[in-house]
Every structure is written in structure tokens, then in C-alpha cells.
Design a protein around this ligand. Sequence first.
Ligand code: GDP
Ligand code: MG
Length: 595
Amino acid sequence: TDPARIRNFCIIAHIDHGKSTLADRMLQVTGTVPDREMRAQYLDRMDIERERGITIKSQAVRMHWDVDGAAYALNMIDTPGHVDFSYEVSRSLAACEGAILLVDAAQGIEAQTLANLYLAMENDLEIIPVLNKIDLPAADPERVSREIADLIGGSPEDILKVSGKTGMGVEELLDRVIERIPAPVGDADAPARAMIFDSVYDSYRGVVTYVRMIDGSFSPREKVMMMSTGSDHEALEIGVSSPEPTPTKGLAVGEVGYLITGVKDVRQSKVGDTVTSKRHPATEALPGYTDPKPMVFSGLYPLDGSDYPVLREALDKLKLEDAALQYEPETSVALGFGFRCGFLGLLHLEIISERLRREFDLDLIATAPSVIYQVTTEDGSEVTVTNPSEYPDGKIKSVREPVVKTAILAPKDYVGAIMELCQSRRGSLLGMEYLGERVELRYSMPLGEIVFDFFDHLKSRTQGYASLDYEPMGEQEADLVKVDILLQGDQVDAFSAIVHRDNAYHYGTMMTERLRKLIPRQQFEVPIQAAIGARVIARETIRAIRKDVLAKCYGGDISRKRKLLEKQKEGKKRMKMVGRVEVPQEAFIAALSGD
Ligand code: GDP
Ligand code: MG
């Protein structure tokens, strides 16, 4: 295709503002998907995406649209909308020349609208603002148009009004995409350079690599090379999605399509990397490549110890599809054998654990999420800690923790409640701005405070109206300590936590109280303590058992007695010994999940 007849664009929006629905209508209006084959959220392929209505993996699809008798190829790149995947979002944006900024006409601008808009502006994209859901009775197009015009300039009257549900305004929007978004430019004679913006594992075809051709071209069967590693592969198939994969004779400047090389692991074909030709390699890779870095860590343990090999196999499989997933074996006194896993963020953690449950039928328990701490000891050695149990024992000189720049958007009535919450989480205010009836608050905050139920608190304090976005902004030194939980003097590893010194007492009393309620009485008295090093900061006691638990049942209800005995037998299977103390695994699990 002549680059002048190509338009590459994406849709950026806050979650639920209607991106997938609008994409569906575009597929229909352009005849890319016939009406009889249409189903909701056509491009969201993973079951879990469709069920939760979120897009995890981006997809690219080619559509055709005519303006004044001229045929154009439109490549629509669907981007993940969530902060955990912001690197993938930024690579998808880098594959486009323009973006549709989609805003729900009833909700207005929200945190991810802004975060994605800023990313799009950093990538120099042409922005087409669009109001969606104008069929809704609650839509307030005038107010929201003003919000948008205040934000990006231009006049409120020029903002297109559409409904992804009814299809209203969608044709005008396609016309505007062609009119306003620049055609791609590149050097057709230069050595080939294509940017990988997505890499998807397919169990039949291996890894499908989605690329945007910047310079030069690829043809089938040629040898291609990944510039970050120098590894080369044969391009077994080259094609475009429209939306089903369709082989083509190659990819040329400005085109968007896929390569299949037979590799079996997405880490051999990484998002952000540059693909070049083996025979005429480019000398310089395209800018912006970084390796995915896990930010949040958690231990995953099978409830049934005999599932451990299944868990290992499942993680091996998921890793083929997910370059950001990391894991290594770990053992815990309380939970047995499991894996320490690294994730991009909390949603990523949730998605992986849900897929393990669903696709591999595993029952799992996850330990409290932790971030990466850099600990310097008095003798000068540096330790990277992603698990409280690795925290060095000796004298600590300093601890550094990751900090994120947080943006919170909410109706202005909630400013007080949000500020109070952020301050209690060691946030410091960076700035505040009013957008009509809404306010954007920017804080720098330790990531460790956010991974620990921050979002739930934010939602409950703002009746669900606040939205949150964050990005890494380095690290800071902080007065952190490790709190251990001891049963009769023996440490229960899964409950150790790294917290700020001011919160240590709170964590200690909370955990000791929880465990006292959950751990059954023993033949002897069991102290439960929370300690920083050798210093005990909280204590509870489980009193010794009274011998007559069963005696009570004699002569009484037989079935009740049997039940009790059966329960005990069942419980025995999953008893864990901490020193002399016998604890049902359920008690540990309940204490970790906080209920
Ligand atoms: P996404 O998260 O941005 O992909 O949003 P979805 O496309 O999944 O839409 C979120 C919800 O809004 C779904 O329940 C859609 O049915 C609904 N929705 C999307 N577009 C419209 C629209 O134009 N009008 C109305 N009334 N509802 C819409
Ligand atoms: Mg969606």
C-alpha cells in the first residue's frame, strides 16, 4: 500500500469509556466483520478480558474506508488501558501517528484519560477528541466538551459526538481519522526496521509478533533479526489481521502486521524491540526499548502441596505468553512449597493468579504483595530485597524504597478525604489542578503503600468516584523496619513484613490479634508476638486447651460428635508445625487474606 493511503491510529480512553464497543462498531461499519459474525468486544480475545471487560493485550486490525472515491487502509491498534501495562501502551502509541481520545459523555475525563493523553502527546500523536455514549440520558456533552477543550485546546463545538452502542457518528469519525491523522513516513530504501508493539503466544502457531514497519520492508521466508539480542529467525509467515490473520506478500513502510517465526517464547520477541533484516541489518535500533521490570512481588502457594508440580508447569506455560512474569521456587514454614513471583503491578498479579485458578484448576494462596527494597548494611554491603525473609539480620545503615508519581482524579468534594488518605500513606503533594467540577491531585508516594489496599480505601472514601494512575519516579530513603511474627518464639515467615517504623506497631497488633482468633488452642499456652529484631512490640496469648472439648459431646448428639472428629481428621492433613505449635493451614490462609 502507498503510505499516503495508510492511517495508523489507536483509541485511548479510561477503562469502561467504551473503547472496545467503538472498535466493534468500526469493524462493522467498515465491513471488516460481517454483521452475522459480530459479537461484543470482538477484539478482546482472552476469556478473562471479555468477562471483566478489560483489554489486557493489544491487538491490531486493518480496515478499509473510502473517502471521495479514494481507498484507505486504516490500522487500528487497541491498547491496554491499565497502568500496570503502561509500557505496552506506550509502545502501541509509538506505532501510530494519531489517537482518538475517547471520553464518556456522562463521566468526563478520568485519571487514565489523562495518563494516556500525556503518553500520546509525548509520542507526538495527532489527537482527535471524541465524546462517547451520547445516547445515554445522563450524558452531559456540553460540560464534558468544555472539560476536553480546556485540556487540549480547540473549541468545544468541534468535538465529535458518537455512540459506540448505536453507531451514531462512527462514519464521520472514520472520515475525520483520514482527514486529520498524518500518513506514515519512512524510508523505503533503507535497511528494514520494524517496531514490535505486541507479542502474543498462540498454542498452535507459536509466538505471533505484531510490528509496525518504519523503514524498508519484509518479505516471507527472509531471515529477520531481533536487534536487542542479535538472534535471527526465519519469517515463516507475514500478514495482517483483518481481523482474522491473513498472509500477505510482505510488509512495507507504514504498514502494520504480524510476523510468525516459529519461536515458542515471547521473550524471544520482546515488545519494544526492533526487528531488522539479517542480510541488510540496520545499524541503529528504534528508540524506546526497555526490558519489562516487575515492580510487585508475591509468594504463590498451592493449597494442596501435591499441586506444586502443576503450579510449576502452569507458570512455565504462562511465561511463554508473558515476558514480564518472573518466578523462582520458595519455601515457607507456614505455606510449604511455592514460588516467589514478580509482577508489573497489582492487576497483573490478579490476572496471573486468576488464570492459574481458572486454566489450570489450581487453588492458591498469595502472600501480601511486596515491592523492591535496596538495603545497605553497616558493613557496606547492598542487598536487593523482594521478600521480607531476605531482609538482612545485621545492623542496617539505610533502606531505599520505590516511589511513584500518583495522579488521582475525583469530583472536587472529595479533596479533603483524598488528601487525608494520601498523607496517611506518606504521600507528599506535588500539585493540584481543577478541571471544571473535578480535581486532579498529584502525589509522590511510596509504591509499597499503594500495593497495600490503597485503591480500595481510595474508592471507599470517594464512593467509587476517584480514579488512580501512577508511574515510577525513582526511589527514596525511608525509615523502614522488618516486623516478624513469632509463635512461641518461632518465626512464621509468611507474615514478616517491611513497613514504615510508624506503622510497625499497627501491623504487629493487627497480625497478632488475627492469629490469636484463628489458631486453635493447644495443650499448652502459646504466645504470639510481633517483633522488630529482638524487640517485641506486640503480644497476644492463646490459652491452653481445656481437656473436655469432646467430653461435652458424650451422650449428646452423635452426629455432631462424628462431625467434630471428621473435621479434626481432615484438619490433620493440613496441619503445619511451627516449633511445637500445630496450626491448620486454613488459619494461615485466613490471616493472610485478612478475613
Ligand atoms: P472499554 O473498557 O473502554 O473497552 O469499554 P467497553 O467498550 O467495554 O464499554 C464499557 C461499558 O459501556 C459496556 O457496558 C458497554 O456496553 C457500555 N458502552 C460502550 N459504549 C456505549 C455507548 O455508546 N452508549 C452506551 N449507552 N453504552 C456504551
Ligand atoms: Mg475494552
